[in-house]
Design a protein around this ligand. Structure first.
Ligand code: ZN
Length: 53
């Protein structure tokens, strides 16, 4: 389940060490269509968005 950073509204995994204070969200926005659209390195362990819970 992704987390949205309250600082810059970037998306992170729920175990990201860098997200700090964030809000849980149930889904990613429609404009995010691949892992490559997510900037934080915490997504590197996922090969595709299909692996997200
Ligand atoms: Zn992150």
């Amino acid at each position: 389940m992704p987390i949205i950073s309250k600082d810059d509204f970037s998306y992170h995994t729920n175990d990201c060490p860098d997200v700090g204070d964030g809000m849980r969200t149930t889904s990613l926005p429609e404009e995010v269509t691949s892992i490559d659209d997510l900037e934080c390195s915490c997504w590197d362990k996922y090969e595709s968005l299909d692996e997200l819970d």
